[in-house]
Unconditional design. Structure first.
Length: 267
């Protein structure tokens, strides 16, 4: 805890003082290298939080990509963000969280209001525009976080909406790439079920409580595995494509949690 306090004062605070105004300027001027500073911040945050990230496979680059991932904890964002250049899709409430909302805005996060059906159209249009520009967008496809032992069914509705929006925006050669996040070891030992309850952000636990547990916990090994990209063509069966991506994520999560060889689905 002492090391983290010193790291925060010596590294994180100066970094934030530089990154926040610099990134605001980059976005205001619409400079092409908007992703450089967020990637740097995520890597520093991983060090601060004690996340030792291993990347398996590689994210698609230089083409429109919709990434779909399982979701265990808010720390997934730092693990994935340190591994790839992308934009996240987050629930609308995140925008109003102190400091978190500011940092999310600086990474061009796309917000969705899950309590308003009418908002899905705006979200999908924004996703379509980002994809049409050649960007990568990540969606936590389960719709909520889980403890990390299994994968909840992926929601295909937003994938389908993005599919229609990308067609309207003129996005071509779009792929959907499965991403698996697995917390495998804590302080060098395999993660137990009790450990998972300390890592995962579950409904019965407040954000503040989970943050304290993460900051006071040991070093956590987390693997980010990029699966085999699937074509997301106009008119393709969204439910079928989403299910294929879900199956890849589930297979990779099972293998990683059991320290088994990964199936041949990584990109």
């Amino acid at each position: 805890m002492v090391f983290r306090a010193l790291f925060f004062i010596v590294v994180m605070v100066p970094l934030l003082i530089v990154v926040i105004p610099a990134q605001w300027l980059v976005l205001t001027l619409r400079l092409p290298f908007w992703n450089v500073l967020p990637r740097l911040f995520h890597r520093a945050a991983c060090l601060f939080l004690g996340l030792r990230v291993t990347v398996v496979g590689k994210p698609e680059e230089n083409r429109p990509t919709l990434l779909v991932s399982n979701h265990v904890s808010w720390t997934d964002i730092f693990a994935i963000g340190s591994s790839a250049d992308l934009t996240f899709v987050a629930k609308r409430e995140v925008k109003d969280w102190f400091f978190v909302g500011t940092m999310a805005d600086l990474q061009r996060t796309i917000y969705v209001d899950r309590n308003r059906r009418s908002d899905a159209g705006r979200t999908s249009r924004e996703m379509g525009e980002r994809l049409a520009s050649g960007a990568a967008v990540l969606l936590f496809a389960e719709g909520q976080s889980d403890i990390g032992t299994h994968v909840l069914p992926f929601r295909s509705a937003l994938v389908g909406a993005a599919q229609l929006a990308m067609e309207a925006a003129g996005a071509k050669d779009v792929v959907i790439q499965p991403v698996t996040v697995a917390y495998t070891r804590l302080q060098g030992l395999p993660v137990s079920l009790t450990d998972r309850s300390l890592i995962a952000w579950i409904k019965s636990k407040g954000l503040r409580e989970n943050i304290v547990e993460m900051l006071t916990g040991g070093v956590k090994d987390v693997t980010v595995a990029f699966g085999r990209p699937l074509p997301l063509e106009a008119g393709a069966d969204r439910k079928s494509v989403t299910k294929q991506a879900e199956d890849q994520v589930r297979a990779m999560l099972v293998a990683l949690n059991r320290s088994m060889p990964l199936p041949t689905v990584t990109g």
